[in-house]
Design a protein around this ligand. Structure first.
Ligand code: PCA
Length: 202
């Protein structure tokens, strides 16, 4: 059984992205689960196509997309992706869509198909800060999450997918943000989320 786990490029002037740093530290194998990782561009125009190409290549049972939410202080298990782009800053291509749908005429929202409650419970049992989140924002992460879930529905996929936002992991003086979790704990959280999704013992 394979899991595809994606992180994002740094964006908005930051030197790194906690999602990429955590994803690239995952072991190649977790129990019976082979871990395949990929880096997505922080780009409204390009990220979705890269994600779909990686899914087709990996033929996974689980797809977990991971992004950084600097202002958040816990692992945020995203429940719902919405059909809206409303960027407060430009993406890495300089694009800044405001008040536009991701896919005109498509459903307003899609739910994660990962076992979000079980992941939350498993993270809490491991004493990691975790919350069920009802908004992945309206920037590139939500765009990728929506694209993932719409692709799953349209292709009647056998895999299950979802999105997790992680906090920033180190003080970035240019942005004035303070890390609230260590990178080791973020990686530990991803491993627990993947084990729970694959129904492996945590
Ligand atoms: N976070 C951004 C996009 C890339 C990332 O890591 C977001 O929350 O939309």
């Amino acid at each position: 059984m394979r899991a595809l786990v994606t992180g994002f490029e740094a964006f908005d002037g930051a030197g790194s992205n906690a999602s990429h740093e955590a994803v690239r530290r995952l072991p190649p194998r977790i129990g019976a689960l082979d871990i395949i990782t990929a880096l997505l561009p922080t780009s409204f125009a390009r990220a979705g196509a890269v994600l779909i190409r990686e899914i087709e290549r990996a033929d996974p049972a689980i797809v977990l997309c991971v992004g950084e939410a600097r202002e958040r202080t816990a692992l945020n298990i995203e429940r719902i992706a919405i059909n809206l782009q409303d960027a407060r800053t430009a993406d890495n291509d300089g694009a800044q869509p405001i008040d536009t749908p991701i896919a005109a005429g498509a459903p307003a929202a899609w739910f994660s198909t990962l076992p979000v409650r079980a992941i939350h419970d498993a993270l809490s049992a491991a004493h990691l800060p975790s919350t069920l989140s009802y908004s992945a924002g309206t920037f590139v992460c939500n765009h990728v999450f929506y694209t993932l879930m719409q692709y799953e529905a349209q292709t009647h996929a056998r895999w299950r997918g979802g999105f997790l936002h992680v906090p920033a992991w180190r003080i970035d003086s240019a942005l004035g943000k303070t890390a609230t979790m260590t990178l080791d704990d973020i990686v530990r959280g991803l491993v627990i989320a993947l084990k729970t999704s694959a129904r492996l013992p945590v």
